[in-house]
Design a protein around this ligand. Structure first.
Ligand SMILES: Nc1ncnc2c1ncn2[C@@H]1O[C@H](COP(=O)(O)OP(=O)(O)OP(=O)(O)O)[C@@H](O)[C@H]1O
Length: 293
């Protein structure tokens, strides 16, 4: 892990990143999943990453986490190039760099009680039992789950509640950056709005940064400060969330804006309107709660 000396460096900076996966066929050329990626994320900032399936969003998140092979380029975190970090260095980095996956049904160990799931990262980092128990209670409170969740199993919870557990686990060691890989895609519309609101609340409270991967422009617009649009392994457009998602410059982003998984345009419009309404309601409720507190 080499140190890069730069003043006012962002929390994360990905520079000219290329990721190639080895081909499974003998002597075939490797598959290039990412080409010359450049992104930055500041402290307390959310960069939304949008693009269709297969455009490389997950690979970029995985490269930041050290889970995808870096063929060329750099992943710089707090001034250190971590693209070739050793296993030991990765363990230390895992305090600051965490992940929330898409599927709340497979990302939690079904055999462990919620208290043990949350205590696991604390134990790995050497926290004593009593301190860990106290922290687990804090985490449950932070994500809006009751303290008696400690002794319950994941199957006793809904998808949204499980995603709250996954978020609590990611928060356990007070990370500086969380890679969120489609964390609301598996949830129904109203649960999506509540979980997105939780991400925003946590960011306001802790100053954590997010790399937020989603194929849904509405979601990304709501959660992100800036947005990067991926197409076939490249970033084709990057800018402020409102600008990129409402008035995109690149033809691919314009197509993405028009595209929808719902074939009927009336239903699509209705769905957008529903989601905006729900997100707006959620935002107002949080603001009122904040003002009352
Ligand atoms: N481990 C791997 N080995 C080989 N190819 C891979 C591997 N992981 C991903 N790919 C390929 O890299 C490309 C980018 O995949 P990636 O999962 O990053 O895209 P994505 O935008 O996240 O898509 P999705 O939204 O469907 O998850 C795809 O063509 C995929 O098949």
């Amino acid at each position: 892990m080499s140190t890069v000396s730069r003043q006012d460096a962002p929390l994360l900076s990905v520079e000219d990143l290329v990721v190639e996966y080895p081909s499974k066929k003998f002597r075939a050329k490797p598959f290039r999943a990412l080409t010359d990626i450049n992104i930055t994320i500041g402290q307390g900032e959310t960069l939304g990453l949008v693009g269709e399936s297969g455009s490389g969003k997950t690979t970029l998140g995985r490269a930041v986490l050290g889970l995808a092979p870096v063929t060329r380029g750099k992943v710089i975190f707090e001034g250190n190039d971590i693209s070739n970090a050793s296993r030991r260095e990765r363990r230390t980095l895992s305090r600051d760099l965490q992940v929330v996956f898409q599927d709340p049904y497979t990302s939690l160990n079904p055999a462990l009680e919620i208290g043990d799931i949350l205590a696991e990262p604390l134990g790995v980092q050497g926290l004593q039992k009593d301190a860990a128990r106290k922290r687990v209670k804090e985490l449950l409170d932070q994500v809006g789950l009751p303290s008696d969740a400690i002794h319950r199993l994941p199957r006793e919870f809904s998808g949204g509640q499980r995603q709250r557990v996954a978020i609590a686990r990611a928060l356990a060691l007070s990370p500086k950056l969380i890679v969120c890989d489609e964390p609301v895609s598996a949830l129904d519309l109203s649960t999506q709005a509540r979980v997105l609101d939780l991400f925003l609340q946590i960011q306001r409270d802790t100053g954590v940064s997010y790399l937020f991967v989603s194929h849904d422009l509405d979601v990304v617009r709501h959660i992100s400060h800036r947005v990067a649009v991926m197409f076939r392994g490249e970033i084709v457009e990057q800018g402020l969330a409102g600008t990129v998602t409402r008035d995109p410059e690149h033809p691919y982003t314009q197509r993405l804006l028009l595209a929808s998984p719902v074939p009927d345009p009336d239903r699509q419009e209705q769905r957008r309107a529903d989601r905006h309404r729900l997100l707006e309601q959620q935002r107002q409720q949080t603001e009122q709660a904040g003002a009352a507190a």
